[in-house]
Ligand binder design. Structure first.
Ligand code: PA5
Length: 446
């Protein structure tokens, strides 16, 4: 199971801006209230992600059986919460577990990006998975129309089996398409928000397709949930990390850097960026008062960004909280040959594993950041397994909701993205947006 080390988030002779234990004690009531609110949201069936570890996974097995050996690639069309988790889980496990099937994700409307993906795709062997909870997202709809058109023209006799749609069980335009065309479909549950949905059909279908043990993902999530139900803050990593990040936000540390020392986990820093930014970046509190809160999540990659960002991190403004992510054991590794034993500049590397160097550098950066007085914590994966990935997902989903409770905001909504969506509809000529179109023309001075 993954572990969390909060030592360097607390006050010490090195981390002088660290959080004092006595200050944490004053939050006992706030923690209890946040916990009670979470329990009552769970009873009201608002936080559906908590229940996912119990989900039945046989629908994936049955569906995959029905496909036989027809496909070796799944092509996900989706964006935000309907894509980031799929990529993160697949990329975390594909090399270490030698996954037999491939995932491609198109999560933009960039024509060159689509060209590149299609160039890597053998459509004969590719299953298209359109994912959208709302069934209306412009980016996904554009991709769907291009891809469905392509597939229908190329495979007029059996296009139906080549497209599978994951969307709301009743609502939305795509549900109507499913009913008309007879496409196979999966469901995004009502009570699970987009960015919390990776352990629903949204993420599990593509994971199961590529060969990931989805039951193990859920088991890991279940174990972490159990840990994060503990009301003793020091035994509950989601609450502890949430509270400490909340206190740092209050102290003006408005940047949260997530730095995995593992290329495989880099996309989880992207997944975290959405979860933390969209959930906590809010103008209003629950009573409608302006509070303008949030913490900007930044992703960095160890060791690569030691040669790009760490100068800023150690000597620039002390306005960040760091999360290092480390993998103890890589099952796929290299031994560095002692190619120049006579040269002491590099012979110290000879005979060591690449992973040994990677983890030494992770610790070295942690020490450097600590010596510079910058608060940091560490999450350790014993290895890259589906169970550990599931645990990581649940840890951050609970932490995000808990932190939202402390901030007294709604971590499940995203009113700030509406204005951009409406302007896009107006610019692209959607019916009913004449007024907004006129405002844009005025803005452009037309
Ligand atoms: O977290 C969210 O709700 C959003 O980021 C959505 O995932 C994103 O906007 C995509 O929405 P949809 O799945 O409806 O296409």
């Amino acid at each position: 199971m993954i572990s969390f080390d909060a030592k360097n988030l607390l006050f010490s002779s090195q981390i002088r801006s660290g959080i004092e234990k006595s200050r944490i004690e004053t939050y006992e009531n706030a923690i209890r209230e946040a916990h009670q609110e979470i329990l009552s949201d769970r009873r009201a069936d608002i936080l559906g992600f908590y229940n996912l570890p119990e989900a039945d996974t046989s629908r994936y097995t049955d569906y995959l059986k029905s496909l036989g050996d027809d496909f070796d690639t799944i092509f996900v069309l989706g964006i935000g919460g309907s894509a980031l988790g799929n990529k993160a889980v697949y990329n975390a496990l594909r090399t270490e577990l030698k996954l037999p099937r491939k995932l491609l994700v198109y999560d933009n409307v960039d024509p060159l990006f689509l060209t590149e993906i299609l160039q890597q795709t053998d459509l004969d062997r590719t299953l298209i998975n359109v994912i959208t909870k709302s069934g209306t997202t412009a980016e996904t709809m554009a991709g769907y129309m291009i891809l469905a058109d392509l597939i229908k023209r190329k495979y007029p006799d059996d296009y139906r089996k080549r497209i599978v749609i994951t969307t709301d069980k009743e609502r939305g335009f795509l549900r109507q398409v499913i009913n008309q065309e007879g496409y196979k479909s999966f469901i995004v549950p009502d009570n699970v928000g987009g960015r919390f949905s990776v352990l629903t059909d949204v993420g599990l279908l593509s994971s199961a397709f590529t060969g990931i043990d989805v039951q193990a993902l859920l088991n890991g999530a279940g174990k972490m949930r159990m840990l994060c139900e503990n009301t003793d803050l020091w035994q509950n990593p989601a609450y502890l990390n949430g509270l400490l990040h909340y206190l740092y936000m209050r102290d003006g540390k408005n940047i949260s850097v997530m730095m995995p020392y593992s290329n495989s986990l880099y996309d989880f820093a992207d997944w975290y960026r959405q979860l933390w930014a969209e959930s906590l970046g809010k103008r209003k509190d629950k009573r409608g008062r302006d509070i303008f809160v949030g913490q900007t999540p930044v992703k960095a990659l160890g060791t690569t960004d030691q040669h790009s960002q760490v100068q800023l991190y150690t000597e620039g403004p002390n306005d960040k909280v760091f999360t290092f992510i480390k993998v103890d054991k890589f099952h796929t590794d290299f031994e560095i040959p002692n190619l120049h034993p006579e040269r002491e500049e590099i012979s110290y590397l000879g005979g060591k594993k690449l992973s040994e160097l990677l983890n030494a550098e992770c610790l070295a950066t942690e020490i450097a950041i600590t010596k510079a007085g910058r608060p940091n914590c560490r999450i350790t994966f014993p290895d890259l397994s589906a169970e550990n990935i599931g645990a990581f997902i649940m840890l951050y989903e609970i932490q995000t909701v808990f932190t939202g409770k402390l901030l007294n905001i709604d971590p499940l909504d995203q009113p700030g993205v509406e204005a951009g969506k409406i302007a896009t509809y107006a610019l692209m000529g959607k019916k009913g947006f004449d007024q907004e179109r006129a405002e844009i023309q005025e803005y452009l001075g037309e």
